[in-house]
Design a protein around this ligand. Structure first.
Ligand code: PMP
Length: 449
């Protein structure tokens, strides 16, 4: 470390400060596939920051667009007025969204996007006279951000337990991870589509379907360890929602913008939801921004009801459609298109898959799961010390190998920028292989969290 840093005041997000203080990991610059650490090392970014820098860091066209907008107009209210960049960015997003999803509501991140989508769902059902439809269904192990709506439909008990009651009418569908039947699947798992049937058989039997407003799912559950939908699973969920008048929301905060090689997971799977929540790659993460892309007719229903004086959708944020975010977003969409970033991800996916599965057979590797440029490597936990192995691998990759990975529990998660090349794929998986081999040779050196 070059300068001692004062850690007395910043309350770090999702971090027990001691975890950081023991070994402060400071990033001071970024470019393309790399971060620079404060001790001058180049760190290969195996996680696109937090699954978000899809076109690589500090892309000059995005940086320039932000700079230009910042010099022109810093902020403009969007309530009862507007500014061109916000409309331009909504048009750019609708242009790549699945057919029928044409209206864009802007917010500032994924958490706000989730809460916005849940509110739209309940208000829309109510507006149509379905006043009983207030129940929301999520899934176990889902991550939908940290708003009260998001933690309620999310399936992580630890994210809820200290905050008292959240939303009253929520239930959760079982997640489809089944290592027993699907270990080391390449791409989509063969087994488990029938888990979708539990939505109808159990949850809708328990709760009258006429009380359910929406089901929200991440097409690929990312931050809780890369849980892939078995073949046919999402199609089944769509059919059940259709049958019972339930809205289907895809949380594509991670899967949006090329992570699977298509603009959205909805395109990849050929399953069109009623709303898509996105953020992260929306601006290549250069400025915070989230969005909900909504079926045109849902929006039109609100406008009609508003004209009739029946309902106004009173919702929005000071920074909805913020000029800097909007400018960054338009530039980002241009980069994705002109540099064929999604196509590059699709082309690299088979090589990435082979590299990921080369870890099979290494010490403690219990499962490898991959799709597009996303991968989860699940390790056997240390008895009495779950998470220790993966966290130790994270530290060793960062310090010894100059590679940034992410861990969640006993799972290493990878989601590099979509511009990664073959040599960098080799470096990423080679570093993890080296670290696991070294760890198993000297388990006594393992650091715990
Ligand atoms: N949904 C999903 C699927 C996510 O992965 C995340 C963040 N990782 C969020 C929502 C929340 O996004 P944010 O942190 O931008 O609020």
């Amino acid at each position: 470390m070059t300068q001692p840093i004062d850690t007395a005041h910043l309350w770090m997000p999702f971090t027990a400060n001691r975890q950081f203080k023991q070994k402060p990991r400071m990033l001071v610059a970024a470019s393309g596939m790399h971060y620079t650490s404060d001790d001058g090392r180049q760190i290969l970014d195996g996680t696109a920051g937090l699954w978000c820098v899809n076109a690589g860091h500090c892309h000059p066209k995005i940086t320039e667009a932000i700079r230009r907008q910042a010099g022109e107009m810093d902020f403009a209210p969007m309530f009862q007025m507007g500014h061109p960049a916000a409309f331009e960015s909504a048009t750019a997003l609708a242009a790549i969204a699945p057919e029928g999803l044409n209206r864009v509501f802007f917010c500032n991140d994924g958490s706000e996007g989730v809460d916005t989508a849940l509110k739209i769902a309940i208000a829309w059902q109510r507006m149509r006279g379905d006043t009983l439809r207030t129940r929301l269904i999520g899934r176990e192990r889902a991550y939908h951000g940290v708003g009260f709506g998001g933690i309620a439909v999310g399936g992580i008990a630890g994210n809820r337990k200290h905050f008292g009651p959240t939303l009253a009418s929520v239930d959760h569908l079982r997640h489809p991870l089944d290592i027993g039947r699907n270990a080391f699947s390449r791409g989509l798992p063969d087994h488990g589509a029938e888990i979708a049937d539990e939505f109808e058989q159990r949850l809708l039997a328990l709760h009258d379907p006429a009380t359910v407003a929406a089901l929200i799912v991440e097409p690929v559950q990312g931050s809780t360890g890369v849980i892939l939908p078995p073949k046919g699973y999402l199609q089944k969920l769509r059919a059940i929602c259709d049958k019972h008048g339930i809205l289907l929301i895809f949380d594509e905060v991670i899967t949006g913008f090329g992570r699977l090689g298509a603009p959205f997971a909805a395109d990849y799977f050929g399953v069109v939801p009623d709303m898509i929540v996105c953020a992260k790659g929306l601006t290549n993460a250069a400025v915070p921004m989230g969005a909900v892309i909504v079926r045109q007719d849902i929006h039109d229903d609100f406008m009609r009801a508003s004209a009739e004086g029946a309902i106004e959708f009173y919702h929005g944020y000071t920074y909805s459609g913020h000029p800097l975010a909007a400018a960054a977003m338009v530039a980002t969409m241009g980069v994705y298109r002109d540099e064929q970033v999604f196509e590059r991800a699709a082309a690299m996916a088979p090589y990435f898959e082979d590299a990921a599965h080369s870890l099979r057979g290494l010490p403690w590797v219990k499962d490898v799961r991959n799709l597009g440029l996303i991968c989860g490597i699940e390790l056997e936990p240390v008895p009495g010390k779950p998470t220790a192995r993966a966290f130790d691998a994270f530290l060793k990759c960062f310090w010894d190998k100059g590679v940034l990975i992410r861990t969640t529990g006993d799972i290493i998660a990878l989601s590099p920028p979509l511009i990664i090349d073959r040599a960098q794929v080799d470096q990423l998986f080679g570093a993890i292989a080296d670290v696991l081999k070294a760890q198993s040779a000297a388990p006594q050196t393992m650091e715990s969290t």
